[in-house]
Design a protein around this ligand. Structure first.
Ligand code: AHR
Length: 495
């Protein structure tokens, strides 16, 4: 039997900075994400400020999210931005063909999004339409948002009530252009990217960070062709999408009803992210050895069957402690690859896929995934530290995984941040931690845990899974003894 786990952290060997943008989010016009989730309109009985739900807004402010991607997803390549500006009463309606065939009334458009981003103190990441749009349409959108002089688009923006430009930085050139974004070949898209990016202009001192629409999962050829065809100076980021699908794409597992073997299957599928990033990075390294181009994982997370009785096109699913572990494992992996992964966006913020927030009319719950993002705040913009871990495996049926999943970093003030997920459903694990080069005087810790791996928060019981103080550790200068409870995610900060 495995007596004790061992973690060795070299606190003197600072590696890449963990870009805070790795902790980004994504809100598409999909299901009840924007409408009902973020936006209820100024006349709603749901408490709101200028149409934005107060509860959701506050939860996002508290989480200090670094960026928010919008308007899609697949929706982005069917979206025509001019439909979403001006008097809401005059805005044309459209069909949201991808997501339930519902009518999109365009009441949430460019102004509503960018003003929301300002209210929640985050940064916008907008994905432009390549699939069904035009170069002219995209370039005018950027002019409308960012130009501070006299021009038709700047005048139109002012007429619509926004005097100052928004100075947006993050710009995506299409989404999933290999699929819902136009079914293009990589060669065709790479050339289209060069054309669109040419007219995605910088205005004033504002420099756009341009992100090319990248590969799906293991489509390494897509990454190869784009890296080969697009000059490095034309692209700041290249995206990658990967979802954790339990079972098969056609027959996905349930979000709440699973056994321990299926639980481990989910965690293993999330852990694939490590190898996936390594393989795509290897290709990027050939063309960009200095790692100037960021790998932008702008869609990731669990994708289960929708909650029974809900619209299949709305992708509404519950979020259990299993999702918390998926978040912890994935964020640890992103940290590990901080030299190449410069940004990531969890899909999706409210009421869609691995949501951090769920709403029901005027009520709201924070999911276990929200609490992990909250717990991981200290990793943002910290320096990655290397570590060595020896631990036991947890095994059920055909599936097994390392029981402890760890990431270590150092904040600017010298604080050492250690995130540890004990994914074992029923075994607490003792860990001996060596902190090489440390002469610590104090430590504090917090934890997200739950009675069961399938525990989740409901509108009746909102705190089944929550963040709380964690005290089961002992510090002695350069060593720590930690007892990680079964089914928990912990963040220990040592000073
Ligand atoms: O996040 C849901 C969908 O998944 C997005 O719209 C699309 O980009 C991806 O296929």
């Amino acid at each position: 039997a495995f007596a004790q786990s061992k973690l060795v952290v070299n606190t003197l060997q600072e590696e890449s900075t963990i870009n805070k943008h790795i902790y980004g989010h994504f809100a598409e016009h999909l299901g009840r994400n924007i409408y009902g989730g973020i936006w209820v309109g100024p006349d709603s009985s749901v408490p709101n400020e200028d149409g934005y739900r107060l509860d959701v807004m506050q939860a996002l402010i508290d989480l200090e999210i670094p960026n928010l991607r919008w308007p899609g997803g697949c929706f982005a390549d069917e979206y025509h931005w001019t439909d979403g500006i001006g008097d809401p009463a005059d805005r044309p309606k459209m069909v949201n063909t991808h997501w339930g065939g519902v009518t999109e009334d365009n009441s949430f458009g460019t102004h509503e999004f960018l003003n929301f981003v300002n209210k929640i103190n985050t940064e916008a990441y907008i994905t432009g339409n390549v699939g069904s749009g035009s170069v002219e349409e995209m370039s005018k959108w950027i002019e409308y948002i960012n130009f501070d002089g006299v021009s038709p688009m700047a005048e139109l923006r002012k007429k619509n009530g926004q005097e100052e430009p928004w100075n947006l930085t993050y710009w995506g050139v299409g989404n999933e252009s290999w699929g819902c974004g136009g079914n293009m070949t990589p060669e065709y898209y790479a050339n289209e990217y060069r054309r669109y990016a040419t007219y995605a202009r910088d205005y004033g001192g504002n420099k756009l960070y341009k992100i090319a629409g990248g590969a799906n999962n293991w489509d390494l050829n897509w990454t190869e062709v784009l890296m080969k065809t697009i000059p490095l100076e034309m692209m700041d980021g290249l995206s990658l999408h990967y979802y954790t699908v339990t079972g098969s794409w056609e027959n996905k597992g349930s979000a709440t009803d699973f056994d321990k073997e299926e639980y481990l299957e989910t965690l293993n599928k999330a852990a694939v992210m490590d190898d996936l990033i390594a393989k795509h990075s290897q290709i990027m390294d050939k063309y960009d050895p200095e790692k100037k181009v960021g790998l932008i994982i702008d869609e990731w997370g669990t994708w289960f069957k929708v909650e029974p009785g809900t619209n299949p096109g709305f992708l509404y699913q519950q979020n259990t402690m299993r999702d918390a572990h998926v978040a912890a494992i994935t964020l640890n992996i992103f940290n590990k690859h901080a030299d190449r992964v410069h940004m990531a966006n969890l899909a999706q913020t409210v009421n869609v896929l691995q949501a951090i927030i769920l709403t029901s009319e005027d009520d709201m719950i924070l999911t276990p995934t929200y609490h992990v993002f909250d717990l991981y705040k200290p990793h943002k913009d910290a320096k990655l530290l290397p570590h060595f871990l020896a631990t036991e495996k947890v095994v059920f049926g055909e599936q097994s995984i390392e029981a402890l999943q760890v990431s270590t970093s150092k904040s600017e003030d010298g604080t050492i941040n250690i995130s540890i997920a004990n994914v074992h459903p029923d075994k607490k694990i003792e860990i001996d931690v060596d902190l090489i080069g440390m002469n610590a005087t104090k430590a504090e810790a917090a934890m997200v845990s739950a009675p069961q791996i399938d525990s989740y928060n409901t509108f009746e019981d909102k705190d089944v899974v929550k963040k709380e103080a964690f005290k089961d550790f002992k510090l002695n200068k350069n060593s720590l003894k930690v007892t990680a409870p079964a089914n928990s995610v912990i963040m220990i900060q040592v000073k």
